[in-house]
Write a protein that binds this ligand. Sequence first.
Ligand code: SF4
Ligand code: SF4
Length: 390
Amino acid sequence: MIRVKIKKEQLKLIFNRLKTSHKIIGPKINNDVIVLTEIADFYDIPFGYREQQGKGTYRLTKGSSQFFSFSVGPDSFKRFVNPPAREIFAFKKSKKRISIMSSNKSSAMSNEKSDSSQLAMVRVVQHSSSLPFLFVGMRACDIAALRLLDKVFLEGHVKDTFYDSIRRSSLIIGVNCLYPGDNCFCSSINTGPEIKDGFDMAITELDKSFLLEIGTPSVREMIDELPVENASNEDIAEKDSLIANCKKNMKKTIDISELPWLIYKSLEHPRWTDIANRCLACGNCTQVCPTCFCNSSYDYLQLSGISKKIPELSGTRIRSWDSCFSTNFARVHGGNFRPSRRARYRQWMSHKLSYWIEQFGSLGCVGCGRCITWCPVGIDITQELEVLKK
Ligand code: SF4
Ligand code: SF4
């Protein structure tokens, strides 16, 4: 591993160098929340901000002198590698045949920009350039979540070509967390706070400089052009001490030693009913979770296609995020196999902390704490797990 350091203000040189070749996705404040979005300028990064997160609460405060003193907002990689809605293909139906038109693989639907050539109801983002993504400021938990998404979208029987093309072309600049969010528990799951692999470059914000750890040759070439100096043993020791401090300050934990058996033996625990009485089945926890990947697809038909005067019907097949909390998700011919909120919450938590281990060989939770912060009624997966032990 190559380790160098750079003066803090010179980090923008890396940014400026990479923005000519990549579309930079990073943290930026929008509506008083740190989201992940395209950033055009190094100073878009919310320098000096901290987050106060609680059960169902999130507040930003200013006052730190660090660049990266915030932790994670509601967004993660997921929104870019597996967008909330995207067109899979468009089709035309005539009296004799159905024609399938392949979709633009780089299109993903959202409310950011619209393309008038697309259907009116859904708005389609054409990534504004053909440049590959550079994800900057990603945390260890999110890089761990990305590895889980790889198992789902790349390592199964069918490879998701959209995901694959973004994943292969993207660069990842991670940031080691030094200030844990109030709901973080990555340390107890061994997914953070230190980024150990899966990055092109990892940044640690030391007192007077940034320590840069270079993971891949693509970044190494660029570093050779920049005013960096070799990192010293003291710099490495400072990093280790800051990471140790971050672990010490993490307020939440879960005990993974009893998983998955704790879930199996608790399937009839009365706590599921108690949770169901509080849970709104809104699905927020699944939308913010960086590892939740469930989706549904549906066909969107243009109203004009219904007219008998028009000989062809045309429409679009759309894939969009879904949630195991949605009633229709478990509706099949003959009935709904998870008709209650009790069954739906139990499915969500059991999949994360138990079935996933059999399915993918690891937990489905990376300890980012988003589901706790963004649950409108403040249901806390770490506390619910503790209660199941009793
Ligand atoms: S279950 Fe909650 S804490 Fe775990 S990865 Fe998902 S959002 Fe993060
Ligand atoms: S646990 Fe919270 S966020 Fe998740 S569905 Fe229930 S109320 Fe919504």
